[in-house]
Write a protein that binds this ligand. Structure first.
Ligand SMILES: [Ca+2]
Length: 737
């Protein structure tokens, strides 16, 4: 030790270090040997380790456990007297909207002018970790201006190598590791005072001490970083509040028992599991999501890891499984700063261990930024694939090699062999320069089909065939073939199946549905014609000549159809039906045909009453009746006349009989009467009937007219007078009514 005595006089005096004193750390951790402020003497000190997890449970630097459900941003640690300008904040939020328990969401660390925030975006489950500086996301790992930040996939690790400060933050927990050497007896906040004395841990900003750190915690809102909307605590606690009741005992989840089980047994002598067990039980009874309980185990395991005991505890649980990407493996105690190919031997590395996802054993990171694990260090190709030194590979049609001296990938354009030639002899194929299918980086000549270069081919097909275009496999140009249609062909004419085909005389030929295997067309099937040799009555079948296939029916007789009967007449023959002798038929030839002409005999008017008895007989023609008439007797005379009335006239003559003849009219002397006796009778109708005839008028109208038709005449008695006598001589004829 040197002492200044006077001007330029220094006295060197030996300094005796006090003997080393064994101490026990209040936080249960192992004391460490440190030099004093003069870097002269060594002494045992207890480093400051503050932990928080779950909802949240705190263990202060000096190992005091408490739970605090504040939902705000607080000062976790600050220096009482600013020496190293380190200040750490914690932001707690409700872990689950349905439960009044909070979880640490982020840790903000202010070191000098550097302020970074470590955030976990996923409080329950696989963590989503991120580091922000001035609102911008930092690319990890980060190493600038005295701080280093790394991610293990499960935890973020913040380090100030100069001060040996390590802050971890991750899956629902944090730890603040400060060396006593720099921060001893100079901290306050949620993590308490690092004095190796728990009694002064619950310290208010004013310096006052309170009994319960959960009460103290309300008084540390982070007003200087941003203005969180925290409930303002009373200025000074009015009274010593009751310590918050420990939660009603409940049956904790069996996972908490792991902490005190053999799984962690190796760590028990170094770090007491009691506080973590309390936290686990609390969470088990308060938080429905069992994954929160994992944080107690995780935090205890982390504390054990710092004490040098690595515990594979996650294998013993189901709900606390760790998720690592496929190319990484989970390790409970891996180096916070993972080894890389870029490490140089003289560069100091962090010795802090953390759980996380690491390269499998035997591999290391290619570099800090890539996150790619490699077995052998070499180069990363442009796609991020690791390559060994002197490894040759092809990349984007370049021949590349991982150059050992420069540790870079050197590429040059790939040299292609002379492209194989192609002979394109088939019509339609042309040679083209194309990427070689076997080697996409090089060209090759191949035959390519170009239809435009094909020769023009005829499309004509014979009758009955249609053109069909097809490209045979392996060929380029379309070929046209003629395929038979579904028709028959005869003399260059197509016939549909079922239709008749005029092939030869005296045969009936039809287009069938049967395919002719020779031509592919339908066959024409012929049969000899069947001549119809039966003829109708009056006709006879006659063979005509050799050219005709069949004879024909020739007419030989006339046929008279009468009342459903047929009567045959030879040429020139006349015949009357026996029931009507007034009608007769004569067979007459007219060219090749024979026709039966019919005729009628018109008989004169015949009235039986005009005949003398027994004189009636039939005429020689067998049709008309004749008799010897009574002379001049009063008799019916038949006549026909047109009836006219008022300019209207019957269209045909109407039979209009009248009475004519003489009756017995006389005048003679009578002795009895002594005078002339008169007897008068006249020829008049004895019987008549009304008949109606249609009259056609000039204007086209038709009117009906009724007249008296005389049917029988006779002599009738009348009064004898001059007129009567005259009248009797007159023709009696009916008058128009
Ligand atoms: Ca203390």
């Amino acid at each position: 030790m040197a002492r200044c005595i006077e001007n330029n006089t220094i006295e060197i005096v030996p300094y005796e270090c006090p003997p080393l004193q064994n101490i026990i750390c209040a936080n249960g951790k192992k004391p460490v040997l440190e030099y004093d402020e003069y870097h002269c003497c060594q002494q045992y000190v207890c480093d400051c380790v503050c932990e928080g997890w779950g909802d949240p449970h705190y263990i202060t630097f000096d190992g005091l456990y408490y739970s605090y459900q504040g939902n705000c941003t607080y000062i976790l640690m600050e220096e009482i007297t600013a020496k190293h300008h380190l200040k750490i904040y914690i932001d707690n939020v409700f872990c689950d909207p349905t439960e009044d328990v909070s979880c640490p969401r982020s840790i903000t660390i202010a070191y000098g002018f550097q302020i970074v925030t470590l955030i976990n975006h996923n409080l329950i489950g696989a963590p989503q970790l991120e580091v922000l500086q001035n609102g911008k996301k930092l690319k990890l790992p980060y190493a600038q201006q005295g701080i280093k930040i790394m991610s293990s996939g499960i935890n973020l690790v913040y380090e100030i190598p100069l001060l040996n400060v390590v802050v971890t933050f991750g899956m629902t927990g944090f730890s603040v590791n400060l060396p006593y050497q720099y921060f001893g007896s100079n901290t306050q906040g949620h993590c308490g005072t690092c004095t190796n004395n728990q009694a002064d841990d619950c310290r208010l900003p004013t310096g006052e001490l309170v009994e319960n750190c959960a009460v103290m915690a309300d008084y540390w809102p982070a007003n200087d970083i941003y203005q969180p909307n925290c409930p303002t605590p009373p200025a000074v606690p009015t009274q010593v509040p009751e310590p918050p009741l420990e939660p009603t005992p409940c049956k904790p989840d069996s996972i908490c028992d792991l902490l005190k089980s053999s799984v962690f047994a190796e760590c028990h002598p170094l770090v007491s599991p009691d506080n973590f067990y309390r936290g686990c039980v609390f969470d088990s009874c308060h938080v429905s999501n069992p994954a929160v309980e994992c944080t107690s185990l995780q935090t205890y395991a982390a504390a054990c890891a710092q004490a040098g005991i690595c515990i594979h505890w996650r294998n013993h649980t189901k709900i606390c499984a760790s998720d690592c990407p496929s190319d990484k493996v989970y390790k409970p105690c891996g180096p916070a700063e993972q080894p890389t190919c870029e490490d140089s031997a003289d560069e100091p590395t962090v010795t802090f261990v953390t759980e996380g996802c690491f390269c499998p054993d035997g591999m290391k990171l290619f570099n800090k930024e890539s996150g790619i694990c490699v077995e052998k260090c070499g180069c990363l190709d442009p796609e991020g694939v690791p390559r060994e030194f002197n490894e040759q590979f092809e990349y984007k049609c370049q021949d590349c090699i991982c150059d050992e001296p420069t540790k870079t990938v050197i590429c040059k354009p790939k040299t292609c062999p002379a492209p194989p030639t192609a002979n394109c002899n088939d019509p339609g194929f042309v040679v083209v320069n194309q990427t070689n299918p076997a080697d996409p980086c090089c060209y090759a000549y191949i035959c390519q089909c170009n239809v435009n270069t094909c020769p023009v081919s005829s499309m004509d097909c014979p009758v009955g065939y249609k053109p069909v275009i097809s490209v045979p496999e392996g060929k380029c140009c379309p070929q046209h073939t003629c395929e038979p249609k579904r028709v028959c062909v005869h003399k260059d004419v197509e016939y549909q199946p079922g239709s008749s085909v005029p092939v030869v005389a005296c045969q009936d030929c039809t287009c069938s549905n049967e395919i002719d295997p020779k031509s592919g067309l339908f066959k024409i099937v012929c049969v000899f014609q069947q001549c119809k040799e039966t003829c109708e009555q009056g006709y006879e079948y006659v063979e005509t000549n050799d050219y005709d296939c069949c004879g024909k029916c020739v007419q030989k007789q006339c046929v008279v159809h009468l009342n459903g009967n047929k009567h045959l007449l030879n040429e020139g023959q006349t015949w009357s039906p026996p029931e009507n002798m007034c009608e007769f038929y004569t067979c007459v030839r007219n060219g090749d045909t024979l026709t039966a002409l019919s005729s009628h005999i018109i008989c004169p008017v015949f009235q039986q009453s005009n005949c003398q008895p027994d004189t009636i007989q039939t005429a020689a023609n067998g049709c008309c009746k004749t008799c010897v008439e009574i002379d001049k007797a009063c008799k019916l005379v038949s006549t026909k006349t047109h009836v006219s009335l008022h300019g209207c006239r019957s269209t045909e003559e109407v039979e209009m009989p009248y009475c004519e003849g003489s009756c017995n009219t006389f005048t003679k002397y009578s002795e009895a009467a002594a005078g002339m006796e008169h007897s008068c009778s006249c020829c008049k109708e004895m019987r008549a009937s009304n008949r109606t005839v249609d009259l056609l008028c000039l204007n086209g109208d038709k009117v009906k007219h009724t007249y008296l038709h005389v049917e029988e005449c006779g002599c009738g008695q009348t009064e004898c007078s001059t007129t009567a006598g005259l009248s009797a001589r007159r023709k009696r004829r009916s008058t128009l009514l």
